[in-house]
Design a protein around this ligand. Structure first.
Ligand code: FMN
Length: 187
């Protein structure tokens, strides 16, 4: 059984909701198991599970145009793995939520991608064409925020995670599914 780890931080529950969709998408692929890890609860055993995973998908809300500080702490703690290049050749991918339609989310995904590159990991893109970009489109389209480097979600600042759009959650699930599909291609 191949293992996909979804490591995330969420201050107010939106990115946690997105993370559950990523995990469900990965777990929907036969021969792949997927597990969620909150950076707030990572103990030594969990770090060892990350070391053993075939892929690690990183998720953080966008705070002040970049990864949340608590996720940045995880990034810096992962430098212990970087020294040994312990995650080299694992697959990696990323997702983020913010309140604004743009909200500078791309910067967060680029941070996650560079984290993966520093670890020698292989970045998996999102293989969904952009939605909601024509007169026929709507917010219900998959990849309605039009991103290719990872999965984006937008959540209104005055609403909880239960109000997040199904299109964003299904987009997140597709990212997880795609990573799982690619993991199965690894020898
Ligand atoms: C400290 C802080 C900074 C934020 N910065 C941004 C931002 O740069 N762009 C944006 O669109 N939303 C920003 N937001 C809104 C969050 O991205 C948004 O509420 C998101 O859904 C929070 O995810 P979470 O519930 O997983 O913490 C910020 C929120 C906080 C608390």
């Amino acid at each position: 059984m191949k293992q996909v780890a979804v490591v995330y931080y969420s201050g107010y529950g939106h990115t946690a909701h997105q993370a559950r969709s990523v995990q469900a998408g990965a777990a929907s692929v036969g021969g792949v198991s997927a597990k969620l890890y909150s950076v707030s609860e990572l103990d030594d055993a969990a770090w060892e599970e990350l070391d053993a995973a075939d892929a690690i998908i990183f998720g953080t809300p966008t705070y002040m145009g970049s990864a949340a500080a608590k996720f940045k702490e995880f990034m810096e703690t992962s430098s212990k793995r970087w020294y040994a290049q312990a995650w080299k050749d694992k697959l990696a991918a990323g997702f983020t939520t913010s309140a604004s339609q743009s909200g500078d989310k791309l910067n967060t995904l680029i941070q996650l991608m560079i984290l993966a590159c520093q670890h020698g990991m292989l970045w998996v893109s999102l293989d969904l064409l952009p939605g909601n970009n024509s007169s026929q489109g709507s917010v219900n389209d998959l990849n309605r925020l039009g991103c290719t480097s990872g999965a984006m979600a937008q959540a209104n600042a005055d609403q909880g995670a239960d109000a997040m759009l199904e299109s964003d959650l299904r987009t997140a699930a597709r990212l997880g599914e795609r990573v799982a599909e690619q993991v199965l291609r690894l020898r």
